[in-house]
Design a binder for this molecule. Sequence first.
Ligand SMILES: Nc1ncnc2c1ncn2[C@@H]1O[C@H](COP(=O)(O)OP(=O)(O)O)[C@@H](O)[C@H]1O
Ligand SMILES: [Mg+2]
Length: 239
Amino acid sequence: MSYKIGELIASGKTKLVYSLDNPSLVLLKFKDDVTALDGKKRDVIVGKGVLNAGISAKLFQLLKESNIDNHYVEMYDPTSLVVEKLEMIPVEVVCRNIATGSIVKRLPISEGTVFDPPIVEFFLKDDARGDPMITESHMTALKLASKSEVEKIVEMALKANEVLKSFLASKGLTLIDFKLEFGRRNGRIIIGDELDPDCMRIRDTSTGRILDKDLYRKGATLEEVKRAYEEVYRRIVEA
Ligand SMILES: Nc1ncnc2c1ncn2[C@@H]1O[C@H](COP(=O)(O)OP(=O)(O)O)[C@@H](O)[C@H]1O
Ligand SMILES: [Mg+2]
């Protein structure tokens, strides 16, 4: 399909959203920017946009094949995806299989604890407030989503986790945790945004090597971060 790119609708920390001549679709362009600490730390890794767009496209397709509704339509060019335009819910939905990161600082849980069943958490997207954790009651009280929508979100996050976890395992990768963003289209809850090493913690199963944005958070060089993303791309997109 060919599309005519229109105006810039939104510009976030790592992606740009453009209108398309089909009003039910938008173009999601992945930038080379990398950010952490709610945007306070930021750099550019040339080529990261291509890697994340390709990885996201592959993983969204995988979820589609398992009938998990998401916004992916097709790849437009190496850094951009055509996606369904969603009314985004400003909440980060985190699914955790193994404890690391903020949860081991917040709660008396030691690093590496396995969660079975996995944990689902919600964080309000509000950089000024440091993205506070919220509960299902806050989701409804703040009118972010209805009770049945929250139930649907949890169900979809857990289903996506199972599909992603087993796919990544088949590539020798361990899915520690990941973040999803959801939106609505015609009253339906749909997964939007991205699915790549910026929002997933992935380790090499045999060596434990970190292959995601944790490297950047921990102060690795930009070259090391890029090499890790390239490794994920090689294993899941090119394989
Ligand atoms: N399918 C979609 N339709 C409309 N907006 C979307 C869609 N998928 C993602 N977005 C939005 O694109 C914007 C840019 O993404 P990003 O750079 O990651 O922003 P942020 O800085 O908020 O993390 C975000 O506001 C995100 O919610
Ligand atoms: Mg984002």
